[in-house]
Design a protein around this ligand. Structure first.
Ligand SMILES: Nc1ncnc2c1ncn2[C@@H]1O[C@H](COP(=O)(O)OP(=O)(O)OP(=O)(O)O)[C@@H](O)[C@H]1O
Ligand SMILES: [Mg+2]
Length: 332
């Protein structure tokens, strides 16, 4: 039988739309059943998972999840849409960031109330911080919590791909933002900023930045605009001023490290882990690196026939992860 933790992990991965995790846990349940002599059930479960995995990669399933608002034509090449089901509880953030996020969600949910007093909810957010600390995840959570589609725009791609007509492309995006309420994520906004621009056509990038600023300022849509960057030092002050909320993401503290690992290993036995040792080995890593390490530790255990994760499994996996540049720079 599945353990309570496995059941929880199943439900959670289902809610997150995390199919690989869902199937991985189902396979663990099957493995456990096989070990306790329920070989028929184990085989049935494995077959079922295999069949579903195949179906997942089949085109029919892809077609069914492509939403009706998938932008078409030219716009389709600038934006990609997803419907995240992520929730605030999936994120490991500092108390301050969580509070700020909750506040943005509250204002968005109460936007009709605010409107009655001529007030507008916070809707232009700037997310700053090192790689793998939850910026993109936060955009997914905001979309998930508000039940809105998430439209992702990669500015650097637009700039390199459409050099010379980027401003016109931006207008298309800002028009879409009025038409379809959603969360619009401009990732890597630093692509519009100083240093990087120098390598390109400076005049062109400057023009794009100016139109971006102008569109931001004029935007009166109901959409949420999120810009994210790893390189705030490259951002123009003019850009900062256009945002209602600036959220600073940081590498996880000790408690954050513990939570990321614990969440990732929810379906395994981790009762024996020495947290002080694990946390010490994880310091300096981003949430993303720690999550990957936890997963690698789990894989190693599974492949040696265990569901109990040992401290050394985790420490070995953590030591294999690269410390982020941002951390090195911070400590330089
Ligand atoms: N704060 C967090 N809490 C929980 N998990 C996290 C967090 N940050 C990152 N992760 C994990 O790492 C993965 C990558 O994180 P994400 O894409 O949000 O990072 P990012 O800050 O956008 O990084 P980048 O600057 O490289 O775009 C997530 O899918 C999640 O599994
Ligand atoms: Mg990101």
């Amino acid at each position: 039988m599945a353990t309570n933790d496995q059941l929880k992990a199943l439900v959670k991965s289902h809610a997150n739309g995390d199919d690989p995790q869902f199937y991985a846990v189902a396979m663990q349940v099957a493995a456990k059943a096989a070990r306790t002599g329920q070989s028929k059930f184990a085989q049935d479960l494995r077959d079922l998972v295999d069949e579903l995995r195949k179906r997942d990669t089949a085109p029919s399933r892809v077609a069914s999840i492509v939403p009706v608002t998938q932008p078409r034509g030219e716009l389709g090449s600038l934006l990609s849409v997803t419907y995240p089901s992520a929730r605030v509880g999936d994120l490991v953030l500092s108390d301050e960031l969580t509070a700020r996020l909750q506040h943005v969600l509250l204002e968005q949910r109460q936007r009709d109330t605010l409107a009655r007093y001529g007030l507008r909810p916070a809707r232009r957010l700037l997310l700053i911080g090192p790689p793998g600390t939850g910026k993109t995840s936060t955009a997914r959570v905001i979309a998930g919590e508000l039940g809105l589609p998430l439209f992702a725009i990669r500015l650097d791609t637009i700039i390199t791909k459409f050099m010379g007509e980027t401003a016109a492309k931006l207008r298309l995006i800002f028009d879409a933002l009025v038409e379809t309420r959603g969360v619009y994520l401009f990732d890597e906004v630093d692509a519009l900023a100083g240093d990087r621009a120098a390598a390109n056509d400076v005049g062109e990038i400057r023009r794009v930045l100016n139109s971006f600023l102008q569109f931001l300022e004029e935007d009166a849509s109901e959409s949420v605009i999120i810009a994210a960057t790893n390189h705030p030092q490259l951002l123009d002050n003019a850009l900062f001023r256009r945002f209602d909320t600036v959220m600073d993401f940081e590498l996880p503290d000790d408690e954050g490290l513990r939570l990321v690992i614990k969440n990732r290993l929810a379906s395994f036995q981790i009762g024996n882990l020495s947290w002080p040792r694990v946390v010490a080995a994880a310091r300096g890593l981003s949430h993303a690196e720690v999550a990957t390490a936890a997963e690698n530790a789990a894989k190693r255990a599974v492949l040696t026939g265990r569901t109990r994760i040992l401290t050394d499994d985790v420490i070995t996996a953590l030591n294999e992860r690269p410390r982020s540049n941002a951390h090195r720079e911070q400590n330089a």
